[in-house]
Design a protein around this ligand. Structure first.
Ligand SMILES: O=C(O)CCC(=O)C(=O)O
Ligand SMILES: [Fe+2]
Length: 256
């Protein structure tokens, strides 16, 4: 199952279906209206070139997955609120799609949604990702616990991932999902010597493939192996948000 709907029609049960892996995901068509999409592309392209001239996987904002020691942890949390406000300001006078997603989750989820805190420190949310031409986002899983401080307290029951698609190549850029959920040990074994992701030839063909259109939002379960097909010609641009799930009667908590 894969749910295709709109932000207006989204219900908590659609999210629970992804948590419970009854559904490969939820696609919200036209989440980001055309004027916001145009503004996002214009402003983010400027930001990205200021950042790096390279044609690879570039992030604007610091992601939780980049934390690997105490200084990078301190830097991540110190930049969290300034970067949230930087993105909000970038979209003025329009609403930032990240803020709209935060409100939507708060409205739809029975006990609401808020920014994740780890050991009392606020997280960043709303990372922009540029997947340059020829870059393969190889099959992988995502797990907050890989980068949190040991014994930091509340463990997630599940993790979701949401992407808002700003620019999608004509060729490639499909999201692929496998109905395979390796545990951490199995994942490390599949990854072998690689710093990131699993070699495609070690896996069967994906169980579900979707090509989003610009403006769409897709919610998936990143504990299932997933990947993004490369494009030979152009850059794929997304805004990414992870969502922590602690049970049906608990608030959701988001971060990037
Ligand atoms: O960009 C996408 O479609 C998926 C990216 C991804 O790996 C994730 O959302 O966890
Ligand atoms: Fe992922």
């Amino acid at each position: 199952m894969f749910t295709v709907t709109t932000a207006e029609q989204l219900e908590a049960r659609h999210i629970v279906d992804v948590v419970e892996k009854r559904s490969y995901g939820v696609q919200l068509k036209g989440f980001c209206p055309p004027d916001t999409l145009q503004l996002a592309r214009d402003k983010l392209a400027g930001l990205k070139s200021a950042f790096s001239g390279q044609n690879e996987f570039v992030r604007v904002g610091k992601a939780y997955i980049e934390i690997d020691d105490e200084p990078s942890r301190t830097e991540y949390h110190a930049l969290a609120l300034p970067n949230i406000r930087r993105i909000r300001n970038l979209f003025r006078p329009l609403a930032s799609p990240i803020d709209e997603l935060r409100l939507l989750l708060d409205e739809v989820w029975p006990s609401g949604a808020h920014l994740l805190q780890v050991e009392g420190r606020k997280c960043f949310v709303g990372i922009a990702r540029f997947q340059g031409s020829g870059v393969d986002l190889t099959p992988h899983t995502d797990d907050l616990e890989r980068n949190t401080p040991p014994g930091h307290g509340r463990q997630l029951l599940s993790q979701l991932s949401t992407n808002i698609y700003l620019q999608i190549p004509e060729d490639g850029g499909e999201l692929e999902i496998w109905g395979i959920e390796p545990d951490e040990e199995e994942y490390r074994r599949l990854r072998g010597e690689r710093a990131y992701g699993i070699e495609r030839h070690l896996l069967p063909p994906p169980d579900f493939v979707v090509k989003p259109e610009p403006g769409d939002l897709i919610l998936l379960n990143p504990r299932l192996i997933h990947a993004v097909r490369p494009s030979a010609t152009s850059t794929r641009i997304t805004l990414g948000v992870f969502i922590g799930y602690y049970g049906e009667n608990q608030p959701l908590a988001y971060w990037s």
